[in-house]
Design a binder for this molecule. Sequence first.
Ligand SMILES: C[S@@+](CC[C@H](N)C(=O)[O-])C[C@H]1O[C@@H](n2cnc3c(N)ncnc32)[C@H](O)[C@@H]1O
Length: 440
Amino acid sequence: MDINRLFADAVAHQNEGRWAEAAALYRKIDKARPGLGPVNWNLGIVLKAQEQWDDALRAFEKADKAGGDFRGLLFNIGLCWQKLGRMEAAAKAFEKAVAAEPDDHVGLFNLAAAYRELDQLEKAVAAVDRSLALNPDFVEAQLLQSKLRTRMLPIWHVPMVNDAPRNDAYEAAIKAQVRPGDLVLEIGTGSGLLAMMAARAGATVVTCEAVPWIAETARAVIAANGLSDRVTVVNTLSTALQVGDVLPRRADILLSEIVASDFLSERIIPAVADARARLLRPDARILPERGGVRCALAGGDILERHLFTGPTNGFDLTPFNRLYPRTVRYDARTVQPVALSSAIDPFSFDFTAGPVPLCEQVRFSLTANAIGHCVALAQWVWLDFGKGILFENSPFVDSPASGWQPGFFLPPAPFPVSPGKVVDIDGYHDSYNVWLSFRP
Ligand SMILES: C[S@@+](CC[C@H](N)C(=O)[O-])C[C@H]1O[C@@H](n2cnc3c(N)ncnc32)[C@H](O)[C@@H]1O
């Protein structure tokens, strides 16, 4: 058998895109002279072109074993593992490929994609950042980087730290309650904003952050503001923090803003209860001291158009409403709700008193004080920091964009109200979910 001749014929088929014929000849040579690097490399390439990932992988691995210097070989091995859905093997191969060819922006991109599949987000973002540093115009990498960042940081963080009324309420409370020399424990560092406010008021601050890359970035923010000697960021859930480790003693003040739009779903109740039991002095000040869920009947044309459909272009779409969720959140400025009753607080939590109830069910009534079309029960949050410092994000008051969006709990259908009409509501929370419903 003339191996050289067969190889030349196989290459000719390959160059003309006759993959099956080329593969047959490469296989014939490999049978006669097993393990030749160039033969298996080329065989891998034509099998890859036919998306025969299993066989292509075997051929590339033989080429690798033969020790030939084929640019992209390790990358192709990774690609085969990736196509076969074996992400751990793919990541290992791409790691080797990138170590061998560190300027390969495509290799780095594929490594990032494999890490993403493995939920190794920090490694993924580091790899995609390197890929983009090599080739800033690489659009697939730009897209992947954006998707990764979306998973790494809830987007409410930015409007939240730009929410001046929220920030001002916290700063006023910190100025009123923090004394120089205090040890402040913060739960939930985020950008480090509140921890830096407490440090500026003269405290030593230990702050914990559950998400590793947020903790690391907060350290950088705090260092950039020259406060690293006053604020220690620990990457941990508050419930895993111990006194005697980074927290030298029980703290004088607990500071937290782990308040969700529904007040509860960031799990403030168990986190504060745990801190009070283990991490605070018995007489520690707690910021906020109290807070809760507030609600009122809401109407308004724009709000209604976001919550219910009906007659449209000469058709009746009312049956479509049955698919719409029973509660949604919108920026108040988008939906412009109109208050149809005064507000009521179905759930209030006092963090300075005895244990906060973990589950509550209440029944209450709201009395309409205006003529209108009720389309929702609007829900928002309030905070009381003591010393007369109060905050609420009422959707009926024009205020800047906030990380907290009001909730709208829907009745089965919009209904008319006029002053004096009583509307009965059921409320429930389990210290994580809040549920409000119109009683039939
Ligand atoms: C709403 S943000 C507030 C951030 C910052 N304190 C501020 O007010 O600007 C809450 C942060 O706390 C973190 N977090 C929530 N519960 C936590 C807990 N129990 N222990 C540690 N971190 C927590 C979240 O990951 C998030 O970054």
